[in-house]
Design a protein around this ligand. Structure first.
Ligand SMILES: NC(=O)c1ccc[n+]([C@@H]2O[C@H](COP(=O)([O-])OP(=O)(O)OC[C@H]3O[C@@H](n4cnc5c(N)ncnc54)[C@H](OP(=O)(O)O)[C@@H]3O)[C@@H](O)[C@H]2O)c1
Length: 242
């Protein structure tokens, strides 16, 4: 029986990952800020099989709280999925220092801190980390200066931890989704039709949160274990470079 933490599990991709891992028989610790939404998912999975930890992951002590709560309830930890992220889009001249700091505080530093707190347990269990990053990490864009920078940093961190993971027996990988149908994307689709969006983005289709969850499940399965340090573009063809 594996124990998994999923960050940003109240909605969107993180929620789909939490539900998928639970359906694979894992016990799941869900963290995000919205306690009500987290509890709704715990009610679906079952209170003995899951745990909600409501925290703002931008705060320095939140990551350790989540890992401590997971180990207190389930005794150990096998999987960490770093998914929480919410970087602001927009023209560079409209973005402030605080916008950049906020973007890094959540997606980069929460991933670093959760990894630090989880690592001794993952090392003991020969566990796994999957970082949900984004196509913007490889392909920067003018309206995505914060997200692209944060994602590139998380990809670099993934490679660094993957190398350490080879010594310590921890599997570390990242997935770069393209546009996925969540609340974040709904905002972008307000001003265009889906057909135009696909043409503008030059992608085959919009991804579903369950698509990303299925790849996470494969990486964590015995067949996925050879994957180490991979930064997987899973993006409908969004990434055009080699
Ligand atoms: N959707 C896409 O098209 C797409 C594409 C590429 C990459 N991604 C990446 O995939 C990840 C998930 O994206 P999504 O589209 O599923 O986003 P989403 O629907 O906006 O969900 C974001 C999740 O992060 C949590 N979160 C936000 N701020 C938080 C904070 N301060 N502390 C703790 N949790 C916080 C949210 O919960 P609360 O609000 O309850 O805290 C929510 O559970 C992100 O890292 C995003 O960059 C998404």
């Amino acid at each position: 029986m594996k124990i998994a933490i999923v960050s940003g599990a109240s909605r969107g991709i993180g929620n789909a990952i939490a539900l998928r891992l639970a359906s694979e028989g894992m016990k799941v610790v869900l963290c995000a800020r919205d306690e009500n939404l987290l509890n709704e998912t715990v009610a679906k999975i079952g209170a003995d099989e899951s745990l909600a930890v409501a925290v703002d992951l931008r705060l320095p002590d939140s990551a350790a709280k989540v890992v401590d709560a997971a180990v207190a309830k389930f005794g150990t930890l096998d999987v960490l999925v770093n998914n929480a992220g919410a970087t602001k889009r927009g023209d560079f001249e409209s973005l402030t220092d605080d916008d950049f700091i906020d973007g890094f505080a959540l997606k980069y530093f929460a991933a670093v801190r959760l990894t630090r707190a989880a690592w001794p347990h993952l090392k003991k269990q020969r566990g796994s980390i999957v970082n949900i990053v984004g196509a913007g990490g490889r392909t920067p864009g003018a309206l995505f200066a914060i997200g692209g920078s944060v994602n590139a940093a998380v990809l670099s961190f993934t490679k660094a931890m993957s190398e350490k993971g080879i010594q310590d027996g921890v599997q570390v990988n990242a997935i770069n989704p393209g546009p996925v149908r969540t609340a974040r994307l709904a905002k972008r689709l307000e001003s265009t039709t889906e057909g135009e969006f696909l043409r503008d983005e030059r992608i085959a289709r919009i991804g579903e949160p369950e698509d990303i969850a299925a790849l996470v499940a494969f990486i964590l399965s015995p067949n996925g274990r050879y994957m180490q340090g991979s930064l997987v573009d899973f993006d409908g063809g969004s990434t055009k470079t080699i």
